[in-house]
Design a protein around this ligand. Structure first.
Ligand SMILES: Nc1ncnc2c1ncn2[C@@H]1O[C@H](COP(=O)(O)OP(=O)(O)O)[C@@H](O)[C@H]1O
Ligand SMILES: [Mg+2]
Length: 254
């Protein structure tokens, strides 16, 4: 069974100037363990679509099923990571990561274990007692990712999570995310404006058109599964990588 099924999802916004059609007839099926990316020009409806999948925004039309049942509102099985890591500034790293667990009434001992495991996963074990203002942007995003992982969601929804970071940090986090995906077998839906990032990380890349956003192309990409033993720089400079990147870019610009 598909984990998520979107059928003819549309989103219209009512604005002062009238109705704005942001997402139009998007149909998409996502299987367990898939890593899909959605790329497209800025303002084409990517975040809007992700908000629908997250359950934060009811669609104006169409249906969305999770394991065959109508999806109603947000849920813990879908964790969302935004471009700006919204950490609680009054809590330290460890407390930020454990926040959701505390709310769920998980015992202190178990909470501690989950928090430490996930800090290790994002390589922040040595920074547990620091506050967000003491951390770089990349480290803050790592905390945000650890916080989501601590809730053990089935699906990770990521909206340009590395968009605000410098190139080097971005590539480190791309590799960390790949590692997490390979280890945890979570399903990932990544929104990114970087075609390179999409091709490197996912199993399928969906290209969205300009407004109103429709899915115009699906491209399968082998790099995250078949090239796991290779270095990021090496993969990204392979001729087959470069040509797939050019192909996807041509769909965006056409
Ligand atoms: N709550 C809203 N009300 C009105 N218009 C919105 C709202 N959210 C987004 N939009 C508009 O919908 C379009 C798509 O936005 P968005 O999904 O954020 O694009 P993207 O994430 O691809 O950059 C944009 O024109 C944006 O201005
Ligand atoms: Mg956006």
């Amino acid at each position: 069974m598909n984990l998520l099924e979107l059928e003819n999802i549309s989103v219209d916004f009512t604005t002062k100037k009238g109705t704005l059609s942001a997402v139009k007839d998007v149909s998409l099926t996502i299987g367990k363990g898939d890593f899909i990316s959605i790329v497209g020009p800025s303002g084409c409806g990517k975040s809007t679509l992700l908000n629908v999948i997250g359950g934060f925004l009811p669609p104006s039309g169409g249906t969305i099923l999770q394991k065959g049942k109508a999806l109603k509102g947000p849920g813990r099985e879908r964790g969302i990571v935004f471009q700006k890591p919204a950490l609680y500034p009054w809590l330290n790293v460890e407390q930020n990561v454990g926040f959701g667990l505390k709310m769920r009434g998980i015992s202190k001992g178990e909470k501690q274990k989950i928090v430490l495991d996930n800090l290790k996963r994002v390589q922040l074990s040595d920074f547990a007692h620091m506050h967000s203002y003491e951390l770089s942007g990349g480290m803050q995003q790592r905390v945000a990712i650890a916080r989501i992982l601590a809730n053990d969601p089935e699906i990770l929804l990521m909206d340009e999570p590395f968009g605000a970071l410098d190139v080097l940090t971005r590539e480190h986090l791309q590799d960390e995310l790949l590692k997490i995906w390979r280890e945890t077998h979570k399903t990932v839906i990544l929104i990114t404006h970087s075609v390179e990032e999409a091709i490197y990380l996912s199993t399928s890349v969906y290209v969205m058109s300009e407004l109103p956003g429709r899915l115009i192309k699906k491209v399968e990409t082998p790099f995250s599964t078949e090239y796991a033993d290779r270095d990021i720089r090496e993969v990204k400079s392979l001729p087959e990588f470069v040509s797939l990147r050019e192909e996807v870019l041509s769909y965006i610009w056409s």
